[in-house]
Design a protein around this ligand. Structure first.
Ligand code: FE
Length: 206
């Protein structure tokens, strides 16, 4: 890998970390954790389950969409869907692989899917998550279930959903950026290595 690519990955990681420093202390809508705590707890669960760097990062950044708009943190309680999964995808897609961005984009659909297939899952959802479920379209129809299951990244999105759901524990201590910076940079570098315009490929072509 060319060193400028490495620098770019570190620079992008720094920008993401700075965004969390600036806006991540806000409450995670209706829950007893902040956005940053929620991100770390989700990433910690992914790592515990043996996820690779892309899925650890998908867990870490799955709600970054909440940090890139100016709606109030409790907007769901006012009946507003912030479409954070789509904002997150747009924010991430220039820099991360499709596997990361699709897991992020689909993590809300995965909640709707799991609620359709498993009533016990729906009952276990936090009150805030049940409120936002209705704004996000409610449970899936049978047709939507078939479509979701046929998607290339359905498994990743469903796994991510599980980590998301458990990442709401007030006061739970986790590792922080000093730990998660490493998978973050690795996932950024992986996406750059995979992209057609990456330095590694052009070096091979020369
Ligand atoms: Fe979340």
């Amino acid at each position: 890998m060319a060193s400028d690519q490495c620098d770019n990955a570190i620079e992008m990681a720094s920008q993401i970390i700075e965004l969390f420093h600036q806006k991540g202390d806000t409450a995670y809508g209706g829950e007893e954790v902040s956005q940053t705590e929620h991100a770390f707890q989700a990433a910690t669960a992914a790592e515990r389950d043996g996820a690779d760097c892309e899925l650890i990062v998908a867990a870490l950044l799955h709600d970054v969409g909440h940090l890139v708009h100016d709606l109030p943190e409790d907007c769901a309680e006012s009946g507003i869907d912030d479409h954070h999964q789509l904002l997150g995808e747009v924010f991430l897609k220039k820099h991360f692989s499709l596997r990361v961005t699709e897991a992020v984009r689909l993590h809300v659909a995965a909640k709707r899917y799991l609620c359709s297939c498993n009533p016990a899952y729906r009952e276990r959802l936090s009150a805030a998550s049940q409120t936002s479920l209705e704004l996000q379209g409610g449970i899936m129809t049978d047709e939507e279930v078939v479509q979701f299951e046929a998607g290339e990244f359905a498994r990743e999105a469903t796994e991510l959903r599980g980590w998301d759901d458990e990442a709401k524990i007030a006061g739970l201590e986790t590792k922080g950026w000093e730990h998660f910076c490493e998978p973050l940079v690795a996932a950024l570098q992986l996406a750059r290595d995979q992209s057609p315009g990456s330095g590694e490929i052009s070096e091979k072509q020369e």
